[in-house]
Ligand binder design. Structure first.
Ligand SMILES: O=C(O)CCC(=O)C(=O)O
Ligand SMILES: [Fe+2]
Length: 343
């Protein structure tokens, strides 16, 4: 992501020059407490750093402190030593939208408005949440991805082929199956949920998200469920058209993806530290960690969904997926998300 100077106030501040890398890092750490994201790549490449704030007002307040303060230590209240030189700083905008007005974030709803998507709040109790978190910490083999940790139960998920054919020694914890079985019968996707035989546990540190994707049609069945523990998050849904929805998943809630929400819409979690929720005046900070249990049923025959464009059983997503090994196509980038994250 590159940033350009902006003459109008934005949520982004660019601060430069910073004389040493360490100094930039210390500043970034201080800023991270109130800024939404730090473009860390800039620290290495240009010795300048871009901070993204939740609101334009927050960026303005920080800019005033930056311009008013004589020392760097005063900037974000961070322990930055040796700061006699005034910093060059100002608003910036993502280069691609420096002329366009800043797009308002979609406010996340607490109710689903995607066909086939059901959110059940308080699906597990606080005690069960704690027990499931302990189980995730003490059992299963850990895989470290770029920004999050995962564990697989029942079958391993292969991040290359995006299927799950390898049986693993770690069975799905009985408590996880027990809570899943209490899903109300009338929930769309109930039958598929009862056949789940693969579980992935994801641990997301604050600010870390998940790239847009549709879970592989050929590998998994009609119903995909995600149980949120310890922290809430906004999950967003988009289609290849313009449609875009955001839903807030509180801790202890269960999200059931079935129908269009499972087969046609991509789901993803934006990488950010604050979420914007409907009915909340101020942005909501994410918790330090969110744990999710994703339940899936491995598919045996080909997928027969009504969405051939997204379906690798019909050569829709398959051709894009196989190109992954030879080079990323635009279509594939769209399928898995611009960040190229794994899921
Ligand atoms: O963490 C979540 O809630 C979703 C995970 C997910 O989408 C996946 O594993 O495919
Ligand atoms: Fe997924």
């Amino acid at each position: 992501m590159s940033y350009a100077k902006s003459t109008r106030p934005t949520r982004f501040l660019r601060v430069c020059p910073l004389r040493a890398r360490d100094e930039a890092r210390a500043l970034a750490e201080g800023a991270a407490r109130e800024a939404v994201e730090v473009d860390a790549r800039d620290i290495d490449a240009k010795r300048a750093v871009t901070f993204e704030f939740a609101r334009v007002e927050d960026a303005t307040a920080a800019l005033e402190r930056l311009r008013g303060g004589r020392t760097r230590a005063s900037v974000f209240g961070a322990g930055v030593a040796d700061g006699e030189t005034a910093l060059a700083c100002g608003y910036s905008a993502r280069a691609s939208d420096s002329r366009a007005p800043e797009r308002e974030r979609t406010k996340a709803s607490r109710r689903s408005s995607v066909e086939g998507l059901t959110l059940i709040e308080n699906f597990v109790t606080v005690d069960e949440e704690r027990a499931l978190a302990t189980l995730a910490a003490t059992s299963g083999d850990e895989t470290r991805l770029a920004r999050r940790r995962v564990k697989h139960f029942g079958y391993a998920f292969d991040y290359g082929t995006r299927d799950a054919n390898l049986k693993v020694v770690d069975e799905i914890p009985e408590l996880a199956m027990e809570v899943l079985r209490r899903l109300p019968r009338e929930t769309p996707g109930y039958e598929g949920a009862m056949r789940c035989d693969q579980v992935t546990v994801n641990e997301y540190p604050r600010g870390v998200g998940l790239a847009p994707h549709v879970d592989t049609h050929s590998a998994f069945g009609d119903t995909i469920l995600s149980l949120s523990l310890l922290g809430g998050t906004v999950m967003e849904f988009r289609t290849s058209g313009e449609a875009h929805r955001a839903i807030y998943l509180p801790p202890r809630s269960l999200l059931v993806m079935h129908g269009e929400s499972r087969y046609r819409w991509q789901h993803y979690i934006p990488h950010r530290k604050f979420d914007t929720l409907e009915g909340e005046a101020a942005p909501t900070p994410r918790d330090d960690v969110r744990l999710s249990y994703t339940f899936r049923e491995r598919r045996s025959g080909p997928c027969e969904c009504a969405f051939p464009l997204q379906c690798d059983s019909r050569d829709g997503a398959q051709s894009k997926c196989s190109k992954r090994k030879t080079g990323k196509t635009q279509a594939f980038a769209e399928l898995v998300g611009e960040s190229g994250d794994s899921f």
